[in-house]
Ligand binder design. Structure first.
Ligand code: NAD
Length: 488
């Protein structure tokens, strides 16, 4: 049995018998520290065997049947939207308004994926020689493992799960070990809609279960969203397995460049949204603010004043917070250490990182000028820390923007159309924006990055491409052939 913990951990431990720790997973509410969910770890061998047995019948269903079931899934999510959003808010710590947006994105994913399947992987007849035809069709891979991140426990895994199911794959979904309750709820919505339990399976677990799924002979593909560190580990593990599909959606060290603009207030709002939404826990969050030196005083004054007004608090607080805590105390400790590292290596604090309660992972937005640092660490600080770099000309701004091994998003705020053209041409990233935040990519477009941000298999609208493989067939109703040359 798995399920939500309703009592305080101290009381509950007396009331309920517990399975041994080694076979259990437990999650906690970041905003309170209270236990949230407890349940057994997934049995990877058993789950893969079940999925392998069930998969051929699922793949043989007409596409229209699978699409219909997925539409029913969207309806199930809609019916339970409030409860689902509440659960996500509790388990991730994100504000309720943001959890509502996440649930809406899950619902929208179905129609987007149906459209994407039709546009990207539709069946086609092509001309061929000798009156035969050449047909292009797509086949599912088989059993795929979806490994999800903690920050969007429903929306991002659905970016793989929904198109994978439409294409006819069986899915074993292992959410992040930090958000099993949200993952389990999501899986139930599929089952209530009629997607067979063996075809869409929830697997509770952490890195160990992730590793087992990756290495399992019965798993034909690994659809991963998470950190570059884990993505590279998976890629290495499967380096000698070209037969297995590997899609990696990873992090970023995203730049936002602010250039000449009279609209300082708007520019500052774009910067603050980009850096601090979700307490900076978005793959697309702006980590580095690159600013023309003549703009730096007015812009930073405005950014700081906005950041000072940000309410950070628990998901259901009133008035609603702009952002919640980071996911857990280990993350808060790591971010605090990173901020101190930047400070002690030449960084100048513009707004300090404050942790009002050492027992909980709430962090204030922080801004630090790192221009003087001899070596700026090219790492993803997955939290509310914005690093500022001042530059004097546009080439320097582009060079700074590209001074990263990652390549998820780059944004320019201000500048002329010609400067944007140059920026667009030179920025190495899968998403390049102008006068728009780095966050909130459209899932009606491909979402993916270059460098350490991905392996050239973008998700979003192009997820359809990797969820099925193309099969080209030359076809004729009867064999008809003659050898015209070279015969004695
Ligand atoms: P993570 O890499 O720690 O974990 C992601 C998933 O991988 C989890 O399910 C985890 O249990 C599993 N895992 C961990 N080690 C594994 C291993 N060795 N083998 C197999 N599976 C393993 O990531 P996270 O902390 O949950 O999420 C935050 C990260 O995700 C950030 O880096 C963020 O930028 C990135 N992210 C990327 C995107 C994108 O679309 N590019 C979207 C959201 C988040």
């Amino acid at each position: 049995m798995s399920g939500l913990t309703t009592e305080h951990p101290a009381n509950e431990s007396k009331a309920l018998p517990r399975a041994p720790m080694a076979v259990e997973l437990v999650s906690f509410e970041p905003a309170t520290g209270a236990e949230m969910w407890r349940g057994p770890l997934g049995d990877v061998d058993e789950q893969v065997a079940r999925a392998s047995r069930a998969w051929p019948a699922w793949a043989a269903q007409p596409l229209s049947t699978r699409m219909e079931l997925l539409r029913r899934f969207a309806n199930e999510v809609r019916k339970d939207a409030e409860a689902f959003a509440t659960l996500i808010a509790r388990e991730t710590g994100k504000p309720m308004w943001e959890a509502n947006v996440e649930v809406e994105s899950v619902i929208a994913k179905v129609e987007l994926s149906i459209r994407a399947y039709a546009e990207r992987t539709a069946q086609r007849r092509l001309d061929s020689a000798l009156q035969g035809t050449m047909a292009l069709r797509h086949k599912p891979h088989g059993v795929v493992a979806v490994l999800g991140p903690f920050n969007y426990p429903a929306h991002l895994p659905c970016g793989h799960i929904v198109p994978a199911l439409i294409a006819g794959n069986a899915v074993i979904f292992k959410p992040s070990e930090k958000v099993p309750a949200s993952g389990e709820f999501l899986a139930r919505c599929f089952h209530k809609a009629g997607v067979p339990a063996a075809i869409m399976q929830f697997c509770a677990g952490g890195p160990a279960e992730g590793q087992k799924l990756v290495a399992h002979e019965g798993v034909n593909g690994v659809l991963f969203t998470g950190s570059a560190h884990t993505g590279i580990t998976i890629n290495r593990r499967l380096a000698a397995r070209p037969d297995k599909l590997v899609t990696l959606e990873m992090g970023g060290n995203n730049p936002i460049v602010v250039w000449d603009t009279p609209k300082i207030t708007d520019a500052a709002a774009i910067v603050v949204q980009s850096a601090f939404a979700s307490a900076g826990q978005r793959c697309t969050a702006a980590r580095r603010l690159i600013v023309k030196d003549t703009m730096i005083e007015p812009l930073l004054a405005e950014v700081k004043s906005l950041a000072d007004r940000i309410i950070f608090g628990a998901p259901f607080d009133s008035p609603a917070p702009f952002m919640g805590p980071v996911i857990d105390n280990a993350a808060a400790d790591g971010l605090t250490e990173s901020f101190l590292y930047l400070l002690s290596h030449g960084g100048r604090a513009i707004k300090h990182l404050v942790r009002p309660d050492e027992a909980l992972p709430f962090l204030s937005p922080a801004i630090i000028d790192v221009t003087a640092m001899a070596e700026k660490p090219d790492v993803e600080l997955f939290g509310p820390i914005l690093q500022v770099i001042r530059v004097s000309d546009f080439d320097e701004a582009i060079a700074e923007a590209n001074a990263t091994r990652y390549g998820l998003v780059a944004a320019l705020v201000g500048g002329t159309p010609q400067e944007y053209n140059r920026f667009w041409g030179h920025a190495r990233a899968g998403i390049v924006n102008w006068n728009r935040p780095t966050i909130g990519p459209s899932h009606a477009a491909p979402v993916g990055g270059t460098g350490l941000s991905g392996n050239h298999r973008p998700s979003g609208f192009y997820a359809a491409d990797y969820c099925a493989y193309p099969v080209a067939s030359g076809e004729m109703e009867q064999p008809r052939a003659a050898i015209g040359v070279g015969l004695r």
